[in-house]
Design a protein around this ligand. Structure first.
Ligand SMILES: [Fe+2]
Ligand SMILES: [Fe+2]
Length: 168
């Protein structure tokens, strides 16, 4: 049950982050809207498979099946380092450090202000207190992430300004 909640959280986070990121990447890409959409769906599947297989590997390890654990781990690596990464390259997911930070802040903000807020409320009203607490706890972690990204963005922007002044 606990594993399912974590997987749900992971998928929700990836959807939030990728959804926002792809919307901005789409402008610069020559790929059709349908293919962008399909890339997004495919990346969600690959990211989920990656996370899921690592949990399955832990489980196999616990049950004394190291070979099965390795199979899951090796497959997870392919999902993340090849399939996800190659599709992300096509989709134009990754930009400059500043762009990536702005996108990350947008993603964390969505989770904090909309997604986890609503998920926690809905879990509470539907009688799922454990899930409600988990959503709230994760939401407060996301606030820390957003702050760290904001600090990092300010630093990157300062460095960019300093570099421009050096050139003059
Ligand atoms: Fe795959
Ligand atoms: Fe986060």
């Amino acid at each position: 049950m606990k594993i399912k909640v974590y997987l749900l959280l992971f998928v929700a986070i990836v959807i939030g982050i990728l959804g926002l990121n792809l919307a901005s990447a789409q402008k610069e890409s020559n790929i059709s809207a349908r293919t962008q959409e399909n890339l997004s769906i495919a990346m969600h599947g690959e990211a989920f498979a990656y996370a899921k297989y690592l949990l399955y590997a832990e489980q196999a390890q616990k049950h004394g099946h190291p070979e099965l654990a390795r199979l899951f781990e090796e497959t997870a690596k392919v999902e993340r380092l090849q399939h996800f990464a190659e599709e992300a390259a096509l989709a134009g997911l990754v930009g400059s450090d500043a762009d990536n930070l702005r996108d990350a802040i947008k993603g964390e903000s969505y989770e904090i202000d909309t997604m986890y807020r609503e998920f926690a409320e809905q879990a509470k009203t539907r009688g799922d207190p454990a899930a409600a607490d988990r959503f709230e706890e994760v939401r407060s972690d996301e606030m820390g992430h957003r702050e760290a990204f904001k600090t990092a963005l300010a630093k990157v922007q300062n460095e960019l300004t300093a570099t421009k002044q050096d050139v003059r």
